[in-house]
Design a protein around this ligand. Structure first.
Ligand code: HEM
Length: 140
């Protein structure tokens, strides 16, 4: 049996894939999600013996966040040209806020201050929400 695929269907499929391809920033964000998810779960019932593992996730989160800070949100091009500079500065300073909290999280974990670490997880979550509502495109 021979299978013939409609060229219009194939073109539509290719278009969908190109529209949904992850941007470089999205790839970094997905990386951030992986380590942050592990940290959130771990801080529910932290174990002294697993400290080094937690610090490894903190380092991964920080590295991906620093990479993300150098990139530009897709939404930037939809912002009027004369506001793009301020938009990007706002994005970078929000990202920096997240990085500083991540540093504090590392210090709290290092010192075994688990209640503080849990509070910091909540604060990073909050900065993430603010960052997404302002800088992420509507299609997400
Ligand atoms: C730990 C903190 C964060 C995590 C785990 C995280 C995670 C993610 C994930 C998984 C995505 C891709 C999927 C989706 O759109 O839902 C995403 C997209 C995005 N995030 Fe975050 N995020 C964090 C913090 C932030 C902050 C602080 C900002 C802004 C300063 C930000 C800005 C964005 C933008 C702009 C996108 C869309 C990607 C693009 O425009 O190319 N995120 N984030």
């Amino acid at each position: 049996m021979s299978v013939r695929l409609c060229p219009v269907f194939l073109a539509a499929l290719a278009f969908c894939f190109s529209v949904h391809a992850d941007s470089p920033l999205e790839k970094q964000m997905n990386q951030m999600r992986r380590s942050f998810k592990e940290l959130k779960k771990a801080m529910d019932a932290p174990v002294e013996a697993d400290k080094q593992k937690y610090l490894g996730w903190v380092a991964d989160l920080k590295k991906a966040s620093e990479e993300a800070k150098t990139m530009e949100p897709e939404k930037t091009e939809k912002v009027p040209a004369d506001q793009q500079k301020a938009f990007l500065e706002g994005y970078r300073s929000k990202m920096e806020e997240s990085i500083e909290l991540t540093d504090e999280l590392g210090k709290a974990i290092e010192a075994g201050k688990w209640a503080e670490a849990k509070t910091l997880i909540g604060q990073i979550n909050q900065v993430q929400r603010e960052g997404h509502s302002k800088y992420r495109g509507k299609e997400h």
